[in-house]
Design a protein. Sequence first.
Length: 303
Amino acid sequence: MSYNQPGVSSSQVFYRTVKIENVEIFYREAGDKSSPTIILMHGFPTDSHMFRNLIPTLAQNFHVIAPDYPGYGRSSTPGVKDFEYSFDNLARIMDKFTEGLKLNQFSLYVMDYGAPIGFRIATKHPERIQALVVQNGNAYEEGLDNDFWKPFRPFWKDKSESNAAPLKPLFELDATKWQYHTGVRNVEAISPDGWVHDQAGMDRPGNKEIQLELFYSYGSNPPLYPEWQEYFRTHQPPMLIVWGKDDQIFPAAGAEPYKRDLKNLEFHLFDTGHFALEEDGAEIGHLISLFLSKVVPTPVAAR
């Protein structure tokens, strides 16, 4: 079905899958394919569902793609013995996903886990990146020195059961709900659909083992920060920061260092928590649309 077919709204969302190697990747797609593309990269413990309200807004002016990584949402979830759950491998699969969809140039929205996945793709293919939107996702050591990360560091050094034990409560409902509620202005404005959806995915058989592998692999990200920072300095991708400043996982201290390396940077802190879209999605969507309209060339066919 063509996006430009009469009777089809530009904000209509389509739910699709594509096979990358032996993995089915589910993705949401909306907007006119001749418009500039933005790929939305989700965080933990959620999936493309976190963008359910943002996609129709962006689709008015952009071609929007929001995939689920392997192990998340409606994508394949092979067991830990059958698939390497590492950030290197997730980035490799998602890179092949963009190539499978023939996305040669695009902007990236990266949040939480989406940042180390997206930045790996960006450093590998700087010529493909038109702009970056960063929401609570680190590329600097600042902001990783808080209490949340303290139990991770022993696990990164020694992948033992005793070091894993303090992390396992993060896979349970109270912790998932905590991520949605902590730091927000008004808990009553936060739909339970988010944390209920995420926990249902977490509770699938074998999924907590998958998440533990990625907790361990997160330790591979900080050593790459200098490479990502060099990419920022050398290639100067236009960047929009839209950050929930009261996030206790990635606090505002992690947002500030981007100012050191980016010349074309628009910076916004929101008075909310980790999942900033839940409380400030309308304003964030507006800012993204304005920013991309300024920095990303519109193809002649879309004018």
